[in-house]
Design a protein around this ligand. Structure first.
Ligand code: UDP
Ligand code: MG
Length: 357
């Protein structure tokens, strides 16, 4: 049976926080009056997380355990959870209770009532984050915003609810090392936000050392911007202008007899060849950027509704997706959107959604 709600939780060495999480999450989900599953993704933990999960799974059948063979990282663990999740709506949430699970009913209500595909959890108070984390996050989001046109919310992390259509869209992307907090806004599907206060980690230590944060930043930058590849082009053109000025200067110096033999030609050659090389590297960069965009394979659109398939009743929320289009992907619409086949008036307006590359 397909549950209405899946809660995906990546976990890496979370033995300390796990009992607290179960204690808080289970009554909440049981009390929501909706069918659900919890997909706990054990990201290759080396502590007792795996054993504890197995124990909780026995007494709480709605808790599914997906174990990765090796530590793959936060984003990869969420991706694994998204592929495994069955629900019509999928919430991703960290295990450490920094993001209060009590917001989940509000997220689900917002998605159901407003018919949106994504509900972002947005932190309205980050006072529990360290000064370093706040400042570095702010600078980082500014930079990404400047270099790519991705409309990511600076205070939204990976606490969000997504419709089945959104999860299918993400699962259909072939790119590696994707950073979901930028991928999801880049889909540009209809969305809402729900505010919450970020709390302290309930137990244990952060599993995000500086090195992992740097990797996340690099993945975000290179995944969403080819601007660094353009650096050589700009430097090359700047260098070319400089080379022309330099050559002029050396010629004038030479005509006035201020130079030693060989200086003029040496400077001219060094400046000229340097500029030509940079421009060539820049040209290579332009082509590599194009190939990279192609390899990422992000569809330029997602079809939300097609009256033909809706009329034939061929596509309920649990059917397989429509065949992919050459340049886009036909993804199931939000849960409920294709259900009222008998009442076409309830079907949503076609929503052309652009994925900016
Ligand atoms: N996590 C993971 N794999 C990793 C690192 C972290 O699955 O390699 C999980 C971790 O268990 C937690 C979430 O990702 O549920 C966020 O990690 P953490 O809370 O340590 O990050 P922070 O809040 O300090 O940035
Ligand atoms: Mg945390």
């Amino acid at each position: 049976m397909v549950p209405e709600l899946s809660v995906v939780i990546p976990m890496y060495n979370e033995e300390e926080v796990l009992p607290l999480l179960v204690e808080r999450l289970r009554p909440l989900l049981d009390g929501m009056g909706t069918s659900y599953e919890v997909v706990a993704v054990d990201d290759g933990s080396r502590d007792l997380t795996a054993a504890l999960l197995q124990r909780y799974h026995r007494e709480w059948p709605a808790l599914r355990v997906v174990r990765l063979r090796a530590n793959a990282g936060h984003q990869a663990a969420i991706s694994a959870g998204l592929v495994s999740a069955l629900g019509d709506y999928v919430v991703t949430i960290d295990a450490d209770l920094q993001d209060p699970p009590e917001i989940i009913p509000r997220m689900l209500a917002a998605a159901r009532d407003d018919g949106v595909d994504v509900v972002y959890g947005v932190r309205n108070d980050r006072s529990t984050d360290t000064w370093f984390k706040r400042v570095s996050a702010q600078a980082f989001y500014k930079l990404i915003g400047l270099m790519s046109q991705t409309p990511a919310h600076a205070d939204a992390g990976d606490y969000r609810l997504m419709s089945r259509a959104t999860v299918d869209a993400i699962n259909s992307l072939p790119e590696h090392n994707r950073v979901l907090r930028f991928i999801v806004p880049a889909l540009n599907f209809p969305s809402d936000t729900v505010e919450y206060k970020r709390e302290e980690r309930a137990a244990g230590d952060s599993k995000y050392p500086l090195l992992k944060m740097v990797k996340l930043s690099l993945d975000s930058l290179t995944g969403f911007s080819t601007a660094p590849l353009r650096l050589a082009t700009f430097a090359g053109f700047g260098g070319a202008v400089l080379a022309v000025l330099l050559v002029l200067y050396t010629l004038i110096s030479r005509s006035q007899g201020h130079t030693v033999a060989g200086w003029t030609s040496t400077v001219a050659i060094v400046a000229g060849v340097g500029a030509v090389q940079l421009v060539c590297v820049g040209i290579l960069g332009e082509y590599i950027g194009r190939m990279y965009g192609h390899m990422q394979g992000r569809p330029t659109y997602f079809i939300a509704y097609d009256s033909m398939t809706a009329d034939s009743g061929a596509h309920g929320p649990t059917d397989t997706p429509l065949p992919a289009q050459p340049n886009g992907a036909a993804i199931r619409t939000a849960p409920g959107a294709t259900e009222p086949v008998a009442e076409p008036g309830h079907a949503p307006e076609p929503q052309p959604s652009q994925l900016r590359g």
